[in-house]
Design a protein around this ligand. Structure first.
Ligand SMILES: Cc1ncc(C[n+]2csc(CCOP(=O)(O)OP(=O)(O)O)c2C)c(N)n1
Ligand SMILES: [Mg+2]
Length: 683
């Protein structure tokens, strides 16, 4: 392969290789100490990692995986910094001691940027492809300008076994479909812990990638010239043509899988692996290029000395303090109070579905960083509920587009899009289909801010039409809020009317955190009897509702002595309004509007006033968010309660049946709610 490699690069590369090797050797020698926390090292994989690391620039983005410590050294991370992470020290630059060795996240001037990635194999594929998609979006919209030849590339690094994960297919599909500027690097050591390639794959990375239409280069990742020039060529091609490439580098794994899974337990190929060791190969290359033996020995011994010294210093570094646990659960939101006009006289009554549409239209008109994608939201249909109608016509196909049926990609790509400075609004077609995307939401989206120690909050809006309505049946009716409420690090809105939906959508946009907006399909058009109040006057353009502020929908008569506070959200609000008509003056209704954060202050205040409380949910009741809230209220308001805190929800069954009689029997309604209120008032 072409380009001649100069002596400086050879010296630098050999220094990096010896440093990486010294780290590996030192960890092994001191395993009683270094294995307190699990770690893996690059031993055997160094050459290809150095070839990538040395050719990345400050404009680039990279997602190294847990075996990429040589790549990290090559972009300029010091052994000391790596060892701060190894030992989970407070000053670990990636996570402040929160995550494992060689799980980087970096936003440092002059360095390639590294968004957070989880430890789940292969799951970095989608967020990192999201970075490339964001870069492409910005280029098309004229939001970024680079000198010719300096256009950013994105590198996503994988182990060979990790690409058998299904979600990697979604990433490859999108990179190829949209021709994104990304290099996938697959380091193929033929091992998936103890399972060999012969047991885990039908085809290797090269053949697999070709099926997606990706261009591939297959190389010996221990051969320095081949690795360096292949990466040089691939980067040049990606910078110029802005197209994806997969580099499949064959390498031997010379170390344990991790500190916890030792090679002598199961490896039968160690002799062969050793014969492919990249270190002696690079050493020989230096000799062939005019380095003397003593120059080479000098490089080796100074690398070892540096690593030993850094280790001594890292051991002395401070551990995090208990109070460090609590920082960066969320990035601070700028929206702290309700502002703007909720019901301006000059505006018209607007269906809930259109309130959301108008909110997005206003956001997109004002912010080029705002884009919308999901299934069927593009020009032809504008969403299966017409919730995105006209947006693609107005803003073009680059800003509003259809995705394949890939919920994981839809959700997980927001990590990358947000990292490059965009504000993606994405849509999951029905709450029933959030499950394939839940892994990305939990594993990548929700933890990015916390595990990067505040460096990479994910700002995105995930719209999810939800709820049962008119025989939607078992796969177009489900409620999912309890599962979502268990995911810390995301915010959840569940508005019951158009004004709230618009105000919360806007507020979610300015929130630096990931927000899921649950939009009840049965409220979109106010077609169901009793849901008329979901249709409201459209709020003003600047109307914002802070998260965690509930709304009092109905107040009690001040002369009434026996009163109850009903706490609910979404469709429950409308059941409560209907039921309250049977108990005039006795019912106060609190619409939570957001499920996380939740307005505990108002809840406890009102329950303490009334001494009686009913919580309504559309979910099957057992183990629900509503029951958990009931427990919290019981604990906090016990002294003021005159009745048990009661919850009402759907029947505890696996699905909402299609038949309308069965559906009605399954769900709460205003009569069932009214009966419960009656029971509670009777205490
Ligand atoms: C989703 C998920 N499943 C299982 C694991 C446990 N695990 C950690 S590493 C690994 C093997 C990965 O092999 P490969 O991608 O080839 O990388 P290598 O370690 O060989 O470099 C497994 C199964 C995980 N981290 N994530
Ligand atoms: Mg492997």
């Amino acid at each position: 392969m072409g380009k001649k490699i100069n002596k400086d690069i050879l010296k630098k590369s050999y220094t990096l290789m010896c440093t990486a090797r010294a780290l590996s050797d030192l960890y092994e020698k001191n395993k009683e100490i270094t294995s307190k926390y699990v770690h893996a090292t690059s031993k055997g994989h160094e050459t290809i990692q150095i070839a990538v690391g040395l050719q990345l620039t400050k404009n680039d983005w990279v997602a190294p995986y847990y075996r990429d410590d040589a790549m990290l050294l090559s972009i300029g991370i010091t052994p000391y910094e790596l060892m701060l992470q190894l030992l989970c020290k407070k000053d670990d630059p990636f996570s402040g001691g929160r995550t494992y060795y060689s799980h980087p996240s970096l936003k440092r001037e002059g360095f390639p940027k590294i968004p957070h990635q989880s430890s789940a194999t292969g799951m970095q594929g989608i967020p990192t492809t999201g970075v490339a998609m964001g870069i492409q979006y910005k280029e098309k919209e004229g939001l970024s300008k680079y000198k010719k030849g300096e256009e950013p590339v994105t590198v996503c690094s994988f182990g060979d076994a990790s690409i058998t994960e299904g979600e990697v297919a979604e990433a490859f599909q999108m990179a190829s479909l949209k021709q994104l500027p990304i290099l996938y690097l697959v380091q193929d050591n033929e091992w998936d812990i103890s399972a060999h390639a012969t047991e885990t794959r039908a085809v290797d990375a090269t053949h697999y990638a070709k099926g997606f239409g990706l261009k591939t280069y297959t190389i010996d990742g221990t051969n320095f010239n081949e690795s360096f020039s292949c990466i040089h060529k691939a980067f040049k091609e990606i910078r110029e043509k802005r197209t994806p490439i997969l580099v499949h580098a064959k390498v031997p794994l010379l170390n344990h899988h991790t500190s916890g899974v030792r090679m002598e337990w199961y490896r039968d190929d160690l002799e062969d692996a050793k014969s492919r060791d990249p270190l002696p190969k690079l050493r020989l290359l230096l000799l062939e290029n005019g380095f003397t033996n003593s120059e080479i020995t000098d490089i080796e011994s100074s690398a070892t000395k540096k690593v030993d010294l850094d280790y001594k210093n890292a051991l002395k570094a401070d551990d995090p303090k208990p109070e460090d646990l609590f920082t960066h659960d969320y990035a601070p939101s700028p929206v702290l109070e309700e502002i703007g006009v909720r019901l301006p006289k000059e505006n018209e009554d607007t269906l809930m579905v259109d309130s959301a549409l108008y909110a997005i239209r206003e956001l997109m008109s004002e912010n080029k960083e705002c884009l919308l994608y999901g299934q069927d939201v593009g020009k032809r249909l504008g969403g299966v509920f017409r919730e995105a109608a006209t947006l693609a016509e107005t803003f073009g196909d680059n800003r509003v587009f259809n995705t394949p049926i890939q919920e994981a990609f839809i959700i997980g790509s927001t990590v990358g899009m947000s990292a490059v400075g965009l504000k993606p609004i994405v849509e999951v077609q029905f709450a029933d289909y959030i499950w394939p995307g839940l892994n990305q939401l939990f594993t990548e989206v929700s933890r990015s801010n916390y595990l990067s120690n505040g460096k990479w909050p994910v700002s995105c809006i995930i719209r999810v039409p939800i709820g049962a309505y008119g025989s939607g049946g078992p796969y177009h009716s489900s409620s999912v809020e309890s599962v979502l409420a268990q995911i810390k690090g995301i915010k959840i809105a569940y508005p019951s009317n158009g004004a709230d939906l618009k105000g919360l959508m806007k507020s979610a946009y300015y929130d630096p955190n990931p927000v899921v907006i649950l939009e009840h399909k049965g409220l979109y058009w106010s077609k169901i009897k009793g849901t008329e109040t979901a249709k409201t006057i459209e709020p003003s353009k600047d109307y914002l509702i802070p998260f965690g502020k509930a709304n009092i929908v109905l107040e009690t008569d001040t002369n009434e002595l026996n009163t109850i506070c009903v706490i609910t959200y979404g469709m429950g609000v409308h059941w409560a309004i209907g039921a309250a008509k049977n108990h005039i003056g006795k019912v106060e209704i609190i619409d939570l509007r957001t499920i996380n954060p939740i307005d505990e202050k108002l809840i406890f205040e009102k329950v303490n006033v009334h001494g009686k409380c009913l919580i309504i949910t559309e979910e099957p009741l057992n183990n629900s968010f509503a029951q958990a809230l009931g427990g919290r209220i019981q604990e906090k308001c016990f002294r003021n309660l005159d009745a048990p805190v009661v919850t009402i929800g759907a029947e505890n069954l696996p699905a909402i049946p299609l038949n309308s009689t069965l559906e009605a029997t399954m769900l709460p309604n205003k009569e069932k709610v009214s009966n419960k209120i009656n029971e509670i008032l009777g205490f």
